[in-house]
Design a protein around this ligand. Sequence first.
Ligand SMILES: [Ca+2]
Length: 374
Amino acid sequence: MFAGLLKNGDFESSPTNGFSNEGVVDGSAYIPEWKSSGTVELVKSGQKQGGMILIVPQGLHAVRLGNDAEISQDLKLEKGSLYSITFSAARTCAQLETLNISVPPASQTIDLQTLYNVQGWDFYSVAFQADSDDAHVVFQNPGMEDDPTCGPIIDDVAIKKLFTPDKPKDNAVINGDFEEGPWMFRNTSLGVLLPTHLDEETTTLPGWIIESNRAVRYIDSYDFKVPQGKRAIELLSGKEGIISKMVETQPNKQYSLTFALGHAGDSCQQQALAIMAFAGDQAQNIHYMPTTNQTYDTANLTFTAKAERTRIAFYSVYYNQRSDDKSSLCGPVVDDVKVWGVSRSSRLRILSGGLGRLALILFVIMTLVSGLRP
Ligand SMILES: [Ca+2]
C-alpha cells in the first residue's frame, strides 16, 4: 500500500537541463513527474522577491503557482478507497490567497490567509474518495491577484490511504484515540493542519469532522507531547476550531464522556488551557490542571442521551499563542475520547451501597438509643 511522498513530491529532482535561473517554468513537462499550466515557478531557498525572501518549506526547492496556474500528477489508486493528501504551503503576499486541491471530481479549496505559526508556512491535509483507479491530483491557484508575482508556494506533497477503524468493543467512539489520520512528516514540529471538513464520510481524520472555519492541528508523539498512543489533536483558535462527531447512543440511557486533556509541550503550558466539551445537551468548561509528572489529565462529562445519535464536540476556551514566539497558535490537547454507557447495574450498586450504609447507621443509632434505656 502506497503511503508517503509523491514522485518528486518535494520538487528537489533536477529538470533535464538543470534548475533554471529564471525560475519560471517554460514547458508543461519541465518539473520532473509533474505537469503544469500557467505561470508556475520553481523557487529556490533564499530567493528574494522585492526585498522579501521567499519561503521554501523544506529542502532547496518548492513550486509557486501564479494566477490560475496549476500543477498535476497522475496517481494509481484503489477505486472507492479513502485517501488523504498532506502538503506544505505558504502564501507570498499579504492578500488573501487560496489553494484548490482536487482529485477530480473531488475538490477542496483551502484558505491560506491565517498564519498558524511564525515560520510562515504549514502542513495541510485534505481527504477524498478515489472515483477510479487512474486518478490525478491537481494543485491550482484559483486567485486572480493584481500582482502576478503573488501566489502560493507548495512543497512536500504526500498521500496516504486511510481506513476507518472498527468501533471499539468497550465504547461508542470510533477513532477516539486519533491514531488514524493523514500522513505526517517526521521532525517538522509543526504537525498537520486539518482544515474545515464537514463530510463525515470523507474526512482526513476518520470518524470526525472539523466543523469550524479555522483548522485544528494533528500532532504526533515524535515532536509533541501526546497523552495516548502516537497521535492526538491540538485545538487552536479558541471557539473557531471545533472537532465533533456523532456517536451511537440509546435514548434515555446515561453515558459518560471521558477524554485526556493536556498540553502539547510546545510552550503553551505556561498559559491557562481549557476546553469546552459537548455531549448532547450537556456542555462543560474544563480547565487543564498541570501536574508535575504528567502532561495530561483525565476529564469526564456525564449525560443522558436524547436520541439514537448524540453529538460530541470540543473547542478551546482560550485563544492561546506560544509563549516562546508569542505568535504561533497553540492550545489544549485532546486524546483518548470514549463514551461509556453507565450501566443500570452499576447505578443500582451505588444506590444499594448507599442504602446499606444508611441501614447500618440507623442500626447503630437504634442500638445506642436502646442502650440508653433504663
Ligand atoms: Ca492518541
